[in-house]
Write a protein that binds this ligand. Structure first.
Ligand SMILES: NC(=O)c1ccc[n+]([C@@H]2O[C@H](COP(=O)([O-])OP(=O)(O)OC[C@H]3O[C@@H](n4cnc5c(N)ncnc54)[C@H](OP(=O)(O)O)[C@@H]3O)[C@@H](O)[C@H]2O)c1
Ligand SMILES: [Zn+2]
Ligand SMILES: [Zn+2]
Length: 350
């Protein structure tokens, strides 16, 4: 089946139109007609080669929502016409301890990522959701709850689960003070979930102009990360900090915000980080932790939770022809919400 897409032809060039063949669905595969795909900062890191070498053309996109068009003969849980989602993974070994426990995202034998991974079925490079269709093993397809709008559901598949999972793991709830560092696609979902879970939420931002948005999402206020006064005022007060900054940075100013036993959880900077003085965590029995998306079971739980409590992303729907402009806006820290590509409008059927 021919897929239309936008792909990065190299690490330096803008994305451009590209056509390629999707493999025929195997017996356990689901074929999905893609309606929407969210735009994650990881798409940019990968396509620009910032996380290591990738094969080109690179078709990013891992916040995928669409309608099932065909299923393989062994598929049990999906049928044509179903509304479904696909996130960052399309495969894992299924046999290691992590996979068996439902942590396919942490597979000891390598998770197959939705794009720029090796497809174990045919050895080709996986291609993501900036495209018109995708073929995915049933295990990695999620059911979209009925009440969820398809465009709004898309960012849940990465930004949603990446923030929901650590907030659950560190048992965020009432009488806790949570700081979300960086108010972008991930950050704004973090604010909404942490607030719903009962915490007092603050946004720690480098962009003072995002104060209004932060409060609209449920934050009590903002702390400007470049303001010594703001940081000093909030010192030793936070139980949990979720750090979504997309590049390596000094964590020292953030560690100083933690209360005794507080945790700084990294989700944004997936790269080497500058060092820090161990006294910053020894004093106060503090933790520096990390978290990467979530397993399939938890992703379904997050979709159901988001539908039940109406915790949904703020989105700006675009056509794929505007993707390069959208990426520039993310790099420029302009967005405090998520771009979602309308694939049907981008590639109208004639
Ligand atoms: N761990 C995981 O599983 C996982 C999953 C998805 C994404 N990620 C990673 O998480 C990071 C955030 O993704 P996202 O989609 O939320 O990105 P985004 O929408 O671009 O938001 C990132 C925010 O970080 C802040 N920021 C601080 N320094 C920045 C800089 N030098 N450049 C750009 N932004 C900066 C900005 O917020 P302020 O203006 O408020 O400072 C910005 O809006 C990316 O690195 C992405 O690859 C990780
Ligand atoms: Zn992502
Ligand atoms: Zn595994």
């Amino acid at each position: 089946m021919k897929a239309k897409s936008f792909a990065a032809p190299s690490s330096k060039k803008p994305l451009e139109y590209y056509e390629f063949e999707r493999r025929e669905p195997k017996s356990t595969d689901v074929e999905i007609d893609i309606h929407y795909c969210g735009v994650c900062h990881s798409d940019i890191h990968t396509a620009k080669g910032e996380w290591g070498e990738v094969a080109y053309p690179c078709v990013p996109g891992h916040e995928i929502v669409g309608i099932v068009t065909r299923v393989g003969k062994s598929v049990k849980h999906f049928k044509p016409g179903d509304r479904v989602g696909v996130g960052c993974m399309v495969g894992s070994c299924g046999t290691c301890e992590a996979c068996k426990k439902g942590y396919e995202n942490s597979c000891f034998n390598e998770t197959v990522w939705t794009y720029s991974s090796k497809d174990p079925v045919d050895g080709t490079d996986t291609k993501g959701g900036y495209s018109t269709l995708i073929v995915v093993p049933e295990h990695f397809v999620l059911h979209l709850p009925k009440s969820l709008d398809m465009a709004q559901a898309a960012p849940l598949l990465c930004a949603g689960i990446t923030t929901y999972s650590p907030l659950r793991h560190w048992k965020i709830g009432k009488n806790m003070k949570v700081g979300i560092i960086g108010l972008g696609g991930l950050g704004h979902m973090g604010v909404k979930y942490a607030k719903k879970m009962g915490a007092e939420v603050w946004v720690i931002t480098s962009s003072k102009a995002k104060e209004k948005a932060a409060k609209a999402y449920g934050a009590k206020g903002i702390i400007v990360s470049t303001s010594k006064e703001d940081l000093a005022r909030a010192a030793h007060t936070f139980d949990f900090l979720l750090d979504t900054i997309p590049s390596g940075h000094d964590v020292t100013p953030y560690l100083s915000l933690l209360n005794v036993h507080g945790t700084l959880c990294l989700v944004g900077p997936i790269e080497p980080m500058p060092g820090f003085h161990s006294g910053m965590v020894i004093n106060g029995q503090k933790s520096i932790a990390g978290s990467g998306i979530g397993g399939i079971k938890e992703t379904q739980e997050m979709l159901d939770y988001s539908a039940k409590y109406n915790i949904l992303p703020e989105i700006e729907v675009i056509q794929i022809q505007d993707i390069n402009k959208a990426w520039d806006a993310l790099i420029g820290k302009k967005m405090s919400k998520r771009y979602v590509i309308d694939m049907k409008k981008s590639f109208p059927q004639k």
